[in-house]
Design a protein around this ligand. Structure first.
Ligand code: IDP
Length: 151
């Protein structure tokens, strides 16, 4: 099963959109494999967006991501990365069509409420940055793990 990393950014959490955003992914058909609310520091924000460090908005982006709690999650499903990106919509909410998360919940590229990995490789890298795999399995056992625990 494919998986991807999704993060509700501080504006999404602050505006009380966590449930509505998670609902979009569950309605699409994703399985929630792990979820946690956390306040990330500048070092983690910089590592997460390392490929954008030369962009003029990088400082603003790190300020934004560290301005409040984020909700980090691992979502599982077929073509997880591509399906999550289509649920999320275009980077700039001005271009994101209604029906996508950014099309429905955001106005400006600097506060576009949600992140989704852009490739399977990025997904694994980002899951590694945000989650301890063993802790994630312990808190949210898959049916297979739960079954073997009961033997
Ligand atoms: P993505 O989030 O759709 O994958 P990226 O190009 O990887 O898009 O950009 C990462 C994040 O950087 C965006 O989601 C947005 O939060 C922020 N960002 C992108 N362009 C701008 C900009 O022009 N000004 C401020 N922030 C930006």
């Amino acid at each position: 099963m494919d998986r991807t990393f999704v993060m509700i950014k501080p504006d999404g959490v602050r505006r009380g959109l966590t449930g509505s955003i998670l609902n979009r992914f569950e309605q699409k058909g994703f399985r929630l494999a792990a979820i946690k609310l956390m306040h990330i520091d500048r070092s983690l924000a910089e590592r997460h967006y390392a490929e954008l460090k030369e962009k003029p908005f990088f400082g603003e982006l790190v300020d934004y991501l560290t301005s409040g709690e984020v909700c980090a999650m691992i979502l599982e499903g077929e073509h997880a990365v591509a399906n999550a990106r289509s649920v999320i919509g275009k980077t700039n909410p001005v271009e994101a069509v209604p029906g996508t998360i950014r099309g429905d919940f955001a106005m400006d590229v600097a506060s576009n409420v949600v992140h989704g990995s852009d490739s399977p490789e990025s997904a694994e890298r980002e899951i590694g940055l945000f989650f301890d795999e063993q802790a994630a399995l312990y808190l949210f056992p898959t049916p297979q793990v739960a079954a073997s625990d009961n033997v």
